[in-house]
Design a protein around this ligand. Structure first.
Ligand SMILES: [Zn+2]
Length: 317
């Protein structure tokens, strides 16, 4: 076996899985009220961006070879019903417009469709009597997706784990004439401890209870396949598994079963663990990140949402 490991060029010749910069999707947090960027303390290297600095950030990403971003908004006003999530002049809507005007054709603009950043209680939908009302929430999610499509978003990413969300959003988009807007479904999104650092970034910790009545139990891989099957049936163009590292088996099974474009979300906790260990000098960050991202791709992901996107692109370039 060692004959083909002899030199870097031979190793490159026989390499089976090649991580590419175009595989990477950078999540961006945009906060409505900011006049300058604020570092996210739990995610070293990540910032909450001011609306005025998003174009500059996207430009840097494009220069480094990252061609996709997914937007998360942090609004000025939150209320019970998350009524600002689909506002025509909302922070995500305005950011989509800016990015499409500036970089059309050079950048894939995606936007997360959920309510937890917009609700005062921090849950992903409309709450009635202490429970998330599934069907009331569906209408809101479709309305949010349509408001993004109006500004020209390429792909919407429903992440609420509300039953029927892909179908309702597809219907809503089609009814309004947005037949070309694609859906990347957070198909198997698990209730995970690895989301912790993101919550500090986006202020979206639920005020009561937790998200286990809608996000998946990580002990159920067959159920993850049923979730993906339903989303595909409802019209998903891309299916996602989230998180990635403790879920590589699920990524592989989803890819093998459905042969769909498959995304994996290398989440905040996975990012911050690497950053913390690197800061302590316990691991070499560059080689660890490339190994992790290649591992996620090897498991079957065609694309990876990752906070390491910018740095990894630099290292790959
Ligand atoms: Zn949510």
């Amino acid at each position: 076996m060692r004959r083909l490991r002899k030199t870097p060029v031979i190793r490159e010749l026989v390499r089976e899985v090649q991580l590419q910069r175009s595989d990477l999707i950078q999540p961006l947090f945009v906060e409505e009220d900011l006049t300058s960027d604020v570092p996210v303390s739990t995610m070293p290297g990540q910032r909450r961006l001011s609306p005025s600095s998003v174009v500059r950030e996207a430009n840097t990403l494009i220069e480094k070879g990252v061609k996709s971003v997914i937007l998360f908004g942090i609004p000025r006003i939150k209320d019970e019903n998350g009524s600002h999530a689909d506002a025509a002049d909302g922070v995500v809507q305005r950011t989509i417009r800016q990015l499409k005007n500036e970089f059309d054709g050079e950048l894939v603009v995606m936007a997360d469709v959920c309510m937890c950043q917009y609700t005062s209680h921090g849950h992903c939908g409309i709450v009635r009597d202490g429970q998330i009302d599934n069907d009331e929430t569906l209408k809101r999610l479709a309305s949010i997706a349509v408001s993004y499509a109006r500004e020209g978003v390429d792909i919407v990413g429903p992440s609420a784990m509300i039953d029927g969300q892909v179908k309702t959003i597809r219907q809503g988009l089609d009814d309004q004439g947005f037949k070309e807007t694609a859906i990347m479904a957070y198909a198997a999104k698990h209730a995970s401890s690895f989301f912790g650092p993101f919550r500090e970034a986006a202020f979206s910790k639920p005020e009561f209870g937790d998200r286990r009545t809608y996000q998946m139990d990580y002990s159920n891989p067959d159920e993850a396949l049923r979730e993906a099957a339903l989303d595909i049936q409802e019209g998903a163009d891309i299916v996602m598994v989230k998180p990635a590292l403790a879920y590589l088996d699920i990524i592989r099974r989803v890819k093998d079963r459905f042969s769909m474009p498959t995304a994996a979300y290398n989440v905040s906790g996975e990012y911050s663990m690497v950053k913390a260990a690197a800061r302590e000098g316990w691991i070499d960050e560059k080689s660890a990140v490339l190994e992790i991202l290649t591992g996620i791709k090897r498991a079957g992901a065609d694309m990876i949402l990752t906070y390491h996107a910018k740095e990894a692109a630099e290292w790959l370039g």
